[in-house]
Design a protein around this ligand. Structure first.
Ligand code: BES
Ligand code: ZN
Length: 576
């Protein structure tokens, strides 16, 4: 028996798709800003896997389930909601009507809770325009169950449609194609229709409602945001189509039709989220110089790795994120050269070291494939699946014989597993099927790579040429004797001649050294003006450097920064 009635195939879900599996979802919801709830109904198509199955098991969390009926027949169906298990919510067990049909339709009348963990309801004051309320969802990893009853396991894929009513002055978007033009309903609300014909895990269902505008940035792309950000966003993400084309040449055809970007209010907790057709991004990537567009390259990559080839459960999250970082850096290589790819990988490796030393090098959560029984995927979240996963793939690429042979493998892997949900063994098996005669690959110590905590067993030798100027400047600052006096050897051009990625790397290297004195930090500010940096990644590291050096003035700036935006990557380390 799985613990607490959880699925044997997914430690984070109550669903039993091996008995009865949901294959499509239709949402009919009203967005009620007064009560801060979504209310209405969801229709589910359920496929029984065996004739004798009597119940379907769903995930739910803080939902008010009003009534369940057999769709079509209208027959009222019995249901029970199990005990609430903290972050995972409750099992929802529905008795199926007795019929010989293997495919059934259910209708569930329900509403969400004001405190739904999937939804952020922002009052007008928390938006840029300060006039209209705003709603956005974030379902990954296990919050979709707090938006509608579903099989909230990535082993299940569904198509979905939605009909959403909302106040007429607001725009509604979802991770789907828009169907028709929104129409005004008799009561004055506006009705918006959507359709996602590609099967997806439900963690990719998403919704945003706000006073939004859009600008076209490419043949299949618009940026959406409040008016205040939209021009800046259009400029920042102007390279989107180039990235999509590069990604298609690496991964194969883009199947989702449109690729739009939504810039959220600053409380959005992530850098980006790969909601299909509509990537969500934090406004902290609006640096003004396109320097943080690697977040877009990352989310674009998920259109294949993650959204087409999906981890079967979140223990195999590295198949989503490690592969996506790998593809993201392949895009960098295509657009800016192989050296840029290596430079980014060096930065990633440093983040991995930091994450592992913060978690503890023996922490089970530093395993590439962790055991998530009894652990919520949210608590397990770290850079490990991203960067340890990338390191493994880079290592395999080298063993296989380099990009010339590994690039075609990557494409074949995506072709083989698209529209499916897989685990690490599926990947491994395919790797050896594809490279049957490669003796180097046979020597990979999988046990160590997958199940041993700590740093990866092999660290690739990355090309350091773009990193050298950062290291040079870092050493110069460390060695400079600020107290002995003499002319200051630093000048603004030290960093003006670097790429912003290099400035970020320079600060990251300083962060690994002993704290800088306040005098040095002040000199650095006078020379480089880092306090007025628009690039949030640079500013974040600069603030940490100040705090580490116990420079009191920076504490106020850091506090200002952590309340001005809610991106967890920045907020958590600064509070710590
Ligand atoms: N899918 C993730 C975000 C996520 C992961 C949300 C797990 C909830 C649970 C997204 O693709 C991502 O990785 N975002 C990164 C940015 C990226 C450039 C590494 C982030 O938010 O920092
Ligand atoms: Zn990602």
């Amino acid at each position: 028996m799985a613990a607490q009635g959880l699925s044997p195939g997914d430690p984070s879900s109550f669903a039993r798709p091996d008995e009865a599996e949901v294959s499509s979802v239709s949402l009919y919801l009203d967005v009620d800003f007064e009560r801060k709830v979504l209310c209405g109904k969801v229709d589910l198509t359920v496929d029984k896997k065996k004739a004798e199955v009597t119940h379907v098991l769903l995930d739910s969390k803080d939902l008010n389930i009003i009534k369940v009926t057999g769709h079509g027949s209208g027959q009222v169906l019995e249901f029970s909601v199990g005990e609430n298990i903290s972050t995972l919510g409750s099992k929802l067990e529905i008795k199926l009507p007795s019929t010989t049909e293997m495919r059934l339709m259910l209708s569930i009348l329900y509403e969400t809770d004001v405190n739904s963990s999937a939804l952020q309801w922002l009052p007008p004051e928390q938006t840029a325009g300060c006039k209209h309320p705003y709603l956005f969802s974030q379902c990954q990893a296990v919050h979709c169950r707090a938006m509608f009853p579903c099989q909230d396991t990535p082993s299940v894929k569904v198509t979905y449609t939605a009909e959403i009513t909302a106040p007429p002055e607001l725009t509604v978007l979802m991770s789907a194609r828009r169907v028709g033009i929104p129409t005004i309903m008799p009561g004055g609300l506006k009705l918006h229709k959507f359709e996602q014909p590609v099967p997806i895990p439900v963690y990719l269902v998403s919704i945003v409602v706000g006073h939004l505008e859009s600008l076209k940035i490419g043949p299949r792309s618009h940026v959406w945001s409040e008016k205040q950000y939209v021009e800046k966003a259009a400029y920042e993400f102007a390279e989107t189509e180039q990235m999509l084309l590069a990604a298609e040449s690496i991964c194969g055809e883009y199947v989702w039709g449109v690729y739009d970007l939504l810039v959220l209010p600053p409380s959005f907790p992530f850098g980006g989220m790969e909601n299909p057709c509509l990537t969500f991004v934090t406004p902290t990537v609006l640096a003004g110089d396109r320097s943080l567009a690697d977040v877009v390259a990352h989310e674009i990559s998920h259109s294949w790795t993650g959204n087409l080839v999906t981890n079967r459960n979140f223990e195999h999250f590295w198949l989503n994120e490690g592969f996506t970082v790998f593809v993201e850096r392949k895009i960098l290589a295509k657009l800016y050269g192989e050296k840029a790819r290596h430079f980014s990988a060096i930065g990633g490796l440093k983040d991995l070291k930091d994450a592992i030393s913060a978690l503890g090098e023996n922490s089970p959560l530093t395993c590439l494939v962790p055991d998530l029984r009894g652990i919520s995927p949210e608590d397990a979240f770290s850079t490990v699946p991203y960067e340890k996963g990338h390191t493994l793939l880079f290592h395999l690429e080298e063993l296989a014989g380099g990009p010339e042979v590994f690039d075609p493998f990557l494409k074949a892997y995506i072709t083989k597993f698209k529209y499916k949900s897989i685990d690490t063994d599926d990947f491994k098996k395919f790797l050896y099927e594809y490279f049957p005669n490669n003796s180097l690959l046979k020597e990979v110590d999988w046990k160590e790579w997958l199940f041993k905590p700590g740093m990866p067993p092999v660290i690739p030798k990355y090309d350091t040429s773009l990193q050298e100027v950062c290291t040079g400047l870092c050493i110069k600052w460390m060695e400079w004797d600020a107290v002995a006096g003499g002319p200051c050897p630093f000048k603004p051009d030290d960093i003006n001649n670097m790429s912003s990625g290099q400035v970020r790397e320079f600060l990251a290297q300083l962060l690994e050294e002993n704290p800088l004195s306040v005098t040095k930090l002040q000199t650095m500010e006078n020379t480089y003006k880092l306090n007025s940096m628009g690039n949030s990644e640079i500013y974040f590291r600069w603030l940490r450097l100040g705090i580490k050096g116990r420079w009191k003035e920076q504490v106020d700036r850091a506090l200002e920064f952590v309340v001005a935006q809610g991106r967890m990557k920045f907020v958590r380390p600064l509070y710590r």
